[in-house]
Design a protein around this ligand. Structure first.
Ligand code: MN
Length: 297
C-alpha cells in the first residue's frame, strides 16, 4: 500500500505536449490541447525550446476554449548554454529564456521548468567552479525576470547524460541556496531519479517545501507502471512533504516527436504509437496513485 496524504489529491495532473505532437502549428496545438482535455488532465506542459515557434495568443485561446492550465519548459540547445564561459553563448541563452518566459506568461502559465540552466546535452567534463558561477549568476537575473511575470522557475534535475550540473536533488538544493531567489524550486523527474538518486522518496524529502514540479516518466519513457521506476517511493516522498504541485506525465515516442527532439533526447524507438491510449492510461495511473487511500467521501 502506498502511503499518501490528503494533500496529494489536490495535485494538478499534467501531460507534456510532445506526447501528442511534434510541432506547434494551430492544428497541432488544437490536437494536443483537445486530447489533453479528453483524457481528463488538468494541465498541458508546453515545449518552449523554440519560443519563436509558439504562437502564444493562439495557444491561450485554445487553453481557454478547453479550460486547461499550462506550464512551460525548455531543453536549451548547445548555443544557448547560460552556464557557458562564452559571454555571447550565455547572452543567446538569456534571450531564448526571456522569450520563453514571455510565452509562458502570455499563454497564462505561472511555471517554467526543464533544463533551463545549461545545455541539454552530454557534457564531457564535470561541472567546474567557473561553470557553476556562470550558471548561478545567469539564473539570478532570470529568476528575477520570471518573478516580474509572477512565474516560478523550476530547475529540472536530470541524469548525467543530459547535464553535468544538476544530477541530484541535493545539487539542485545547493544551486537554489546559492542563487537565493524566492521563486526558484526543484523540478524532479522519476526517469532521471531512477538513474541518479539513492531513493526517490529520499530525494523528495530532501527538497521539502522547495519541491515544485514533478515529471512522471517511466524508466524507458513509455507507459507508466511497466518499467523499473519505484512508484510507491515517489508517492511516499510526495506525501511526506505534503506536495500539492503538478505531476506531469512525460513520455516520448519516435512515432510522434520531431527528428530534432528525437536526436536531443535519444528517442530511437517507438515505445507506443497511439498518444490517446498512452495518455489515458497515464492519467488513470496518476489519479489512482495520488488519491489511493482517500476515496471520495
Ligand atoms: Mn523531464
Amino acid at each position: 500500500m502506498t502511503a499518501t496524504s490528503a494533500a496529494l489529491s489536490q495535485c494538478p495532473v499534467g501531460i507534456h505536449s510532445k506526447v501528442w505532437v511534434g510541432g506547434w502549428t494551430a492544428e497541432e496545438a488544437e490536437k494536443a490541447i483537445a486530447g489533453t482535455k479528453r483524457a481528463d488532465f488538468d494541465l498541458i506542459e508546453l515545449d518552449l525550446s523554440r519560443p519563436e515557434d509558439v504562437d502564444a495568443a493562439m495557444t491561450r485561446r485554445l487553453l481557454e476554449k478547453y479550460e486547461l492550465k499550462c506550464s512551460g519548459s525548455v531543453g536549451l540547445p548547445k548555443g544557448a548554454d547560460i552556464s557557458s564561459s562564452d559571454a555571447s553563448v550565455r547572452e543567446h541563452g538569456r534571450q531564448v529564456l526571456s522569450a520563453a518566459l514571455q510565452a509562458v506568461h502570455q499563454c497564462g502559465g505561472n511555471y517554467f521548468g526543464g533544463v533551463n540552466y545549461c545545455a541539454m546535452e552530454k557534457y564531457t567534463q564535470p561541472c567546474s567552479a567557473e561553470q557553476w558561477r556562470y550558471c548561478k549568476s545567469s539564473l539570478k537575473a532570470l529568476a528575477r525576470e520570471a518573478a516580474d511575470h509572477n512565474i516560478t522557475w523550476g530547475l529540472e534535475v536530470v541524469n548525467r547524460y543530459v547535464s553535468n550540473i544538476l544530477n541530484t536533488a541535493q545539487q539542485a538544493m545547493e544551486m537554489i541556496a546559492d542563487v537565493d531567489e524566492p521563486n526558484i524550486v526543484v523540478h524532479l523527474d522519476t526517469l532521471h531519479m531512477n538513474i541518479e538518486e539513492v531513493s526517490i522518496e529520499r530525494a523528495c524529502r530532501l527538497c521539502g517545501s522547495k519541491l515544485g514540479y514533478i515529471h512522471a516518466g517511466e524508466s524507458h519513457w513509455g507507459y507508466l507502471g511497466v518499467g523499473t521506476v519505484d512508484w510507491p517511493s515517489l508517492f511516499r516522498g510526495l506525501a511526506a512533504v505534503d506536495y500539492t504541485g503538478p505531476v506531469t506525465f512525460e513520455s516520448f515516442s519516435a512515432a510522434v516527436v520531431s527528428e530534432t527532439h528525437s536526436q536531443a533526447l535519444c528517442i530511437w524507438r517507438d515505445l507506443w504509437t497511439d498518444p490517446e491510449d498512452v495518455a489515458i492510461k497515464a492519467q488513470q495511473f496518476l489519479h489512482a496513485n495520488l488519491q489511493l487511500p482517500f476515496p471520495p467521501g
